[in-house]
Ligand binder design. Structure first.
Ligand code: FE2
Length: 271
């Protein structure tokens, strides 16, 4: 497979980019949004191959490209080539020396130490340069909760999403997040939060949304398939998608490395 999938563009309605800052305006766009690759090259390649059938105009990666798996360097190369916007995750921040991770449990910490030694200088500099948040029109992209970006707080339950209500006006119409490795969506009004239980849904008037896009390389919802998502700005429609990948190969690479064996075992279970 080509490292950069040849995605057919919706040519008559395609996006217009403005400069290297990856800020764009558009009349129409299908955005491929994915997160938490965690050095799982087999899962990342399967997701990009699946996206090739989806007429994606632009990709956004919500962080944690490194950590846990066996291919931090190849995954960083591929995400850099593919995504117009990449956000920094906590594992990226740790590897890039932007965050104290001495309190992480031993196996996760030693994976990060190992990855820091495996990444090229170019990729380390890339990780160091990534933003905590990116806003495009009325869409926001970050790794954890948008409330305190550098704290990487989780949002995967209603009470966590409710913490956003006190500052409701400042949130984008839709905020896309990663971090929990779970596929979750919440619809907010100034006073209420409810969970959206659907794999495909349309953004409704008078609501703001927080959408957790799941994980490419280490799903934790007992479904071991890789997660990826699509947001269509014309239809204001969002979709969670899953694809099978070669878990055995990804796990074997972990078993043959100095990484904790459990990082390989858990891939088969999706935990
Ligand atoms: Fe993660």
């Amino acid at each position: 497979m080509s490292p950069h999938p040849a995605v057919p563009l919706a040519s008559a309605r395609r996006a217009h980019y403005h400069g290297a800052s990856a800020v764009w305006t558009q009349e129409y766009m299908r955005i491929g949004i994915f997160s938490d690759v965690h050095s799982n090259l087999e899962a990342l390649k399967a997701v990009l191959a699946a996206y090739a059938d989806e007429a994606i105009d632009s990709f956004v990666c919500l962080g944690d490209t490194v950590g846990y798996g066996a291919d931090p360097q190849a995954c960083s190369d591929l995400v850099r080539k593919t995504a117009k916007v990449t956000i920094i995750g906590n594992h990226d921040a740790a590897v890039a020396g932007r965050m104290d991770y001495s309190y992480y449990y031993d196996a996760a910490r030693s994976a990060l130490d190992l990855h820091a030694g495996q990444l090229s200088r170019e990729n380390l500099e890339w990780l160091r340069s990534l933003p905590y948040e990116h806003r495009i029109d009325d869409l926001a992209f970050c790794h954890g909760s948008p409330l305190n970006l550098e704290e990487f707080d989780y949002i995967f339950a209603i009470d966590q999403a409710e913490e956003l209500l006190s500052d409701f006006p400042q949130w984008a119409r839709v905020t896309f997040i990663g971090h929990s490795h779970l596929c979750k969506a919440f619809a907010l009004t100034p006073n209420t939060v409810h969970e959206v239980i659907a794999t495909r849904f349309t953004i409704r008037e008078n609501f703001k949304y927080v959408i957790s896009v799941g994980s490419v390389g280490q799903p934790r919802d007992y479904d071991p398939r890789a997660s990826y998502t699509i947001f269509d700005t014309d239809e204001m429609a969002f979709e969670f998608k899953r694809v099978e990948y070669d878990i055995q190969t990804a796990a074997n690479k972990i078993f043959e490395s100095q990484l904790e064996r459990n990082f390989g075992n858990r891939l088969f279970l999706g935990v």
